[in-house]
Design a protein around this ligand. Structure first.
Ligand SMILES: C[C@@](CO)(OP(=O)(O)O)[C@H](O)COP(=O)(O)OP(=O)(O)OC[C@H]1O[C@@H](n2ccc(N)nc2=O)[C@H](O)[C@@H]1O
Ligand SMILES: Nc1ncnc2c1ncn2[C@@H]1O[C@H](COP(=O)(O)OP(=O)(O)O)[C@@H](O)[C@H]1O
Length: 328
């Protein structure tokens, strides 16, 4: 069995998000279309003899570069709020590894090196994706099949969005419809790659806070038009079918989201909206070249004060790669 493995957990965007109702347990019933994108963290997981679970965290390309883009001093309160990622039990990676070890009763512990690219509190699912990758990496290190259904049960206990990042029923997945609180998944087919620009404003939004300010619409919109447009590879249809019922409450908390969206529409991106509970926004481009050009234009307008990236649709789950170490 390997002693060290690596993985590249991807971010996600919600192309569609409808609220169906509020449940007694405080969660909302949702209907959402999630798309993995090629904006990824980097994870390296090693088995340790001691039973501890430890995590070290850094930013790529570096804390200083990311802080400069966001226009914050990394040591200020604002900087810490945006860039200080917990390395204790609050980190979903630590929670995932602990649950894994307790559930499968595996010997020893883990050390994880996590290099972040995905902004936190952005609605891009970075923490959830890291947790899913940690479960898969831990399974690989202990010879447990990566498609073991018990991993999906553990994933749902860690967070509503975590199961999506494991893929669906052993299959790699380009897009998924998630229902229930987000854990009931079905495949959505995608005819062609989607190229987009993502902007993360310098604000971190709490998922719980945004949900708490949301209202359930009187008329529920189904995702049918979005699903059909994705299957046809119809960019105009994807843009027209976009919806995010969390956008209104997120904008009430962080007004700058509206300004960001305005700038995105202005440079010719289409279907511009918030992802998840925010604060990141995305807009669709005709192709990868247009997305890169759009990102450059927005960078010149919005930096410092945001992170801007051109991205393309990707797949989940992220692969797990064995690392050959000198002693094993
Ligand atoms: C909004 C979405 C859309 O994909 O993503 P993010 O913006 O977080 O990336 C998800 O629904 C977020 O899923 P996730 O981030 O895993 O949330 P959880 O940790 O399970 O829950 C955090 C809190 O959000 C609220 N919550 C979450 C999911 C849900 N369906 N209804 C809720 O009301 C609850 O208050 C819960 O205590
Ligand atoms: N592995 C992780 N990476 C980033 N943030 C994490 C991680 N684990 C826990 N967190 C905490 O969870 C919060 C939200 O994480 P994240 O999933 O990135 O945002 P969102 O729910 O908006 O997609 C962060 O602000 C951070 O404090």
């Amino acid at each position: 069995m390997p002693n060290v493995v690596t993985s590249r957990p991807p971010a996600k965007l919600n192309l569609f998000l409808e609220l169906l109702g509020k449940r007694d347990d405080g969660f909302h019933e949702i209907d959402t279309i999630m798309l993995p994108i090629d904006w990824c963290d980097e994870m390296r997981l090693a088995r340790t003899e001691a039973s501890d679970i430890s995590l070290s965290i850094g930013w790529l390309p570096s804390l200083e570069v990311v802080a400069a883009e966001l226009g914050v001093d990394p040591n200020s309160d604002d900087g810490k709020n945006l860039l200080a990622i917990p390395s204790d039990e609050k980190n979903l990676v630590v929670r995932a590894l602990r649950r894994f070890r307790d559930h499968f009763d595996t010997p020893g512990g883990f050390h994880c090196d996590l290099l972040k690219r995905i902004p936190a509190g952005a609605g891009m699912g970075g923490a959830s994706s890291d947790a899913a990758a940690a479960l898969r990496c831990a399974a690989a290190l202990h010879g447990i099949p990566l498609h073991n259904p018990e991993l999906t049960v553990l994933a749902a206990e860690i967070g509503s969005d975590v199961p999506f990042f494991l893929g669906i029923d052993r299959h790699s997945c380009q897009a998924a419809r998630a229902q229930g609180r987000g854990e009931k998944l079905s495949q959505v087919s995608l005819l062609s790659q989607i190229d987009m620009v993502v902007v993360f404003p310098s604000v971190c939004l709490s998922t719980a806070r945004v949900y708490s300010q949301a209202t359930i619409p009187t008329e529920i919109v189904p995702p049918d038009a979005m699903i059909a447009a994705l299957g046809r590879g119809d960019l105009g249809g994807i843009a027209a079918g976009g919806l995010n019922r969390l956008q209104e409450p997120a904008v009430k908390i962080a007004k700058q989201i509206d300004e960001i969206l305005e700038s995105m529409w202005h440079i010719g991106l289409i279907g511009c909206q918030l992802t998840g509970s925010g604060s990141a926004c995305f807009g669709l481009a005709r192709n990868a070249v247009d997305a890169r050009r759009g990102a450059e234009q927005l960078r010149s307008q919005l930096l410092p004060g945001s992170r801007v990236a051109s991205v393309s649709s990707a797949t989940v789950p992220s692969s797990v790669n064995l690392v050959i170490t000198p002693n094993g």
